[in-house]
Every structure is written in structure tokens, then in C-alpha cells.
Design a protein around this ligand. Structure first.
Ligand SMILES: *Cc1c(COP(=O)(O)O)cnc(C)c1O
Length: 461
């Protein structure tokens, strides 16, 4: 395998956590005991863990120093004020409300804004966002551009909202039934693809004309900023901070999971401008998360988020981050492995139905590939396909499969080096060469909802 241009890590290692690869025989026993479900494997039995980029970041020395400085005052903690300042520096919002993670921010915002029967447009809802809309008996609607579902179109901003669809949707349902429009940056459920500044501006204009508040689901805002700088005309010379500030200037507020682009292991927040709305949010926050200067977090957590937000918007960090993910994509492409294109900001997505064309969709090729990957090399990846999303249509009684059958290799931030990525690429290349030996699967046990977490599988002979 060619090494190509290897991205050099802009950090050195100060504290290490040993990882261990179980023997082939052990791996076979472990995957069988797990019911062929990688969610059932203990973390210590994983060699390289690409299950998710959420809450898996390595913290910097500054973040750890902040942990020691944490002010654990119940009310008015200094750590809160530092955290508030860091969020304000990047976003420009007046009010900053801490929450224990992203989904709590969503729940609280929706509890204030949504009534039964309302609609919430988004490019594509993330699964917790979708669930939090549905819990309010409102309807989540995905209005991403069509090309998002075409894995071979090489276009720079496949996370964009389709503005014509949005205009039509507002006209059809009535602005009074749409309490907010959301936009997920980058678009996690659609290949981690970015949204352009032009698209953000246009959606913002449409929302302003209709009098509908516009919010970001901002989990990976910094990665989105980097793509705008690299790919959008007029932004190449602007600073990352200025691009972030412009992006946030088009929305009324954000929900954020700090477990992604705040480089921490737990935390989240809501940030917004409106004085009335923030009062309602605080009232709910106090009942369920905590006092508004800690909102379910320890003072030390807020210190870590504050330092993480300062670091995530640095050019050297972001350049390496995106290069690293794209480097893995390049290694896999050189090996002929079919990928969703272009590679996104936080993960590489393998097109599992093309990787294993002899396994039909109802025998779960994506899931079979995650099992093969653990067997071959102790690597954990996640299926985003038929097991996670297929459902039976209540009207026709037929199985409906999601448009894409994928395996996601999510890269934790600052955790793995280029040699780890080479190991991952080599493992996949080996599997690809003997792919016709991989067998399809059937479900042996399935729970009533979110079945991928606890499903048990059997291999077909
Ligand atoms: C992770 C994530 C969330 C939810 O955040 P949690 O911290 O996991 O609760 C919401 N939206 C997107 C796009 C995410 O990636």
C-alpha cells in the first residue's frame, strides 16, 4: 500500500492508554458471545474503536489543567463564566445555558417551542433530535438536497437544505405550524457532509421572511467552518473564528453536544439571543438539569468545554482533523473499497452493499461487514443500514430499507495516529480480497425498538 501524503499529528503524547488486540481465537469467542453484535463487546476487547466520535476525544493539557481549576460552587461558579465567555466568543450569542449533553438541549428547547401537530424541517434530523420532536407529538421533516442520497456525486456541500423544498413546505403547512427550522452542521446522518454559507444565508432569509426562528444543531460547527474556508468562494482568506461568527449570525440560537466539537467527554448547551425564550428555557432547566450556572455539569466539565472550544477553532488542529479523516478515505479508495463520496468531516462511510454484492439487503451486508472487521483485526465500526433503520410498512406489510447500506468508521478526535489508520485500511483491504467468503445474517433476537443496540444475529450457511 502506498503511504501517500501522511498527515502529521500536531500534538505529542503525554499520557497513554494501552490497547490490546485479543488473539484470533479469543476474538471468535468474543464475537460469538456477543451474539454477533459489536455493541455487546466490552471496550477493553476492542483494539481500535471507531464506533463513534462522540465523547471519545482526547483532552489537551490545558483542558486537564482546567479540570483541576473547576469551581464547584452551586450558584455563580467562575467556571460557568469562563465557559459562557468561550461560547460567546465563537457564537456571539447573549445567553448560554449548560446541559448534560446535546439531547437534553434538544428536549428543553422543544418542550418550550413545540406543540402537538407542529412540523420541524431540518436538512436531516439526527436520531435523538428526531426522537425529541416526536415525543412532543410533532413531525420531523428532512429537506436535504437530493444529491445527499447519491453516494457517487462529488459535490462540495451535500449537507445543504433544498431551499425550494423548504419554501414549498412552509407554504403548504403554514408558517404558524412551524415553530422553528433547524439545520445540522455538519450533517451527521447524511455522511458528515457540510453546509455552505450561501445555503445558511438563504435559509435564514426564507425563515426571516416567514417569521420562523432558525436554529443550528451545531455539534460539528468547527468542521463545517473548515469546509467553508476550503471550499467556498470568498472564504479562503478569512479566519476560522470570523467564519464561525458569520455562520452563527444567521441563526437565532443553537443546540450543541459538546461531546463532538468541544473536544470533551460529556456536556452540551443551548445558546441564543432572545430574552423571553431564555427565561422559559431556564424554568425547565431548573426542574430537570439544574441551576442555570451548571445545568447538569460539574464546574470542571465547563472548564474543559471552555478550553476545548478555544482549541477546536484553531487552524492547525482542524487542518489535521479533516486531513486525517480524508487520509483514511484515500487509503481505502486506493484499495478499491467503495465509499460514500466525498469523505465527510468526522467519518468515512463504506458502501457495504457494494463491498458485499453477494449478500442481499435482507441478509444485512453492513452488519456482516462489522462482524468481519472485528474478527479480522479487533476493529469496531458501526452499521448504518438495514438493522438500524429498516422497518415494516404498516400499510403494505413490506420491509422498507433505508436508501443507503453503510458501515461508518468514525474517527475520535486526537486519539489515533496515522499508523492506526494504516492498520485499519490494511484490515479492510484483506477482508475485501476475500469478501466472497463473508456470509449473510439473520436476526435471532430483536427488541421492540432501537434494535441495533441489543439485537442478536445468526450466520447463514
Ligand atoms: C450527538 C448528536 C446529538 C446528540 O447529542 P448527545 O450529546 O449525544 O446527546 C444531536 N445532534 C447531532 C447531529 C449529533 O451528532
Amino acid at each position: 500500500m502506498k503511504k501517500g501524503k501522511m498527515p502529521v499529528e500536531p500534538y505529542k503524547i503525554k499520557s497513554v492508554e494501552p490497547i490490546h488486540k485479543p488473539s484470533a481465537k479469543e476474538r471468535e469467542r468474543i464475537i460469538q458471545d456477543a451474539g454477533l453484535n459489536i455493541f455487546n463487546i466490552p471496550g477493553e476487547k476492542i483494539f481500535i474503536d471507531l464506533l463513534t466520535d462522540s465523547g471519545t476525544s482526547a483532552m489537551s493539557h490545558n483542558q486537564w489543567a482546567g479540570m483541576m481549576r473547576g469551581d464547584e460552587s452551586y450558584a455563580g461558579s467562575q467556571s460557568y463564566f469562563r465557559f459562557e465567555k468561550s461560547v460567546q466568543r465563537i457564537s456571539g450569542f447573549k445567553h448560554v445555558i449548560p446541559t448534560h449533553q446535546g439531547r437534553a438541549a434538544e428536549r428543553i428547547l422543544f418542550q418550550v417551542l413545540l406543540r402537538k401537530g407542529d412540523y420541524v424541517p431540518n436538512n436531516i434530523h439526527f436520531d435523538t433530535t428526531q426522537a425529541n420532536v416526536k415525543v412532543r407529538e410533532a413531525y420531523p421533516v428532512n429537506l436535504v438536497v437530493d444529491e445527499a442520497y447519491n453516494p457517487s456525486v462529488q459535490s462540495p456541500f451535500k449537507g445543504n437544505m433544498d431551499v425550494n423544498k423548504l419554501r414549498r413546505f412552509i407554504q403548504e403547512k403554514g408558517k404558524e405550524n412551524i415553530p422553528l427550522v433547524m439545520m445540522t452542521i455538519t450533517n451527521n446522518s447524511g455522511g458528515g457532509q457540510p453546509v455552505s454559507m450561501a445555503n445558511i444565508r438563504e435559509v435564514s432569509q426564507i425563515c426571516r421572511e416567514a417569521g420562523i426562528p432558525f436554529f443550528f444543531d451545531a455539534c460539528r460547527f468547527a468542521e463545517n467552518v473548515y469546509f467553508i474556508k476550503k471550499r467556498e468562494k470568498g472564504y479562503g482568506q478569512k479566519s476560522l473564528l470570523n467564519i464561525a461568527r458569520e455562520m452563527f449570525s444567521y441563526v437565532q440560537g443553537v443546540t450543541m453536544s459538546a461531546k463532538k466539537d468541544a473536544l470533551v467527554n460529556i456536556g452540551g448547551f443551548i445558546a441564543l439571543q432572545d430574552d423571553d425564550l431564555v427565561q422559559k428555557i431556564k424554568n425547565i432547566l431548573i426542574i430537570s438539569e439544574g441551576f442555570p450556572t451548571y445545568g447538569g455539569l460539574a464546574g470542571r466539565d465547563m472548564e474543559a468545554i471552555s478550553a476545548g472550544l478555544d482549541e477546536v477553532i484553531e487552524e492547525e488542529y482542524l487542518k489535521h482533523r479533516i486531513q486525517q479523516v480524508h487520509y483514511l478515505g484515500k487509503l481505502l479508495q486506493e484499495a478499491g473499497i467503495p465509499l460514500y463520496k466525498p469523505v465527510g468531516g468526522h467519518a468515512v462511510y463504506i458502501l457495504a452493499d457494494q463491498f458485499l454484492p453477494h449478500i442481499p439487503r435482507h441478509q444485512f451486508p453492513g452488519w456482516a461487514l462489522t462482524v468481519a472487521l472485528y474478527r479480522e483485526s479487533g476493529i469496531r465500526a458501526v452499521e448504518i443500514g438495514g438493522v438500524m433503520f429498516a422497518f415494516t410498512d404498516p400499510q403494505t406489510g413490506k420491509k422498507v430499507f433505508p436508501p443507503l447500506e453503510m458501515v461508518r468508521l468514525a474517527i475520535p478526535r486526537r486519539v489515533y495516529t496515522a499508523s492506526h489508520l494504516h492498520y485499519v485500511a490494511e484490515a479492510l483491504e484483506k477482508i475485501y480480497k476475500k469478501r466472497d467468503k463473508i456470509k449473510g445474517l439473520k436476526i435471532a433476537y430483536e427488541p421492540p425498538y432501537l434494535r441495533h443496540f441489543t439485537v442478536r444475529m445468526k450466520e447463514l450457511t
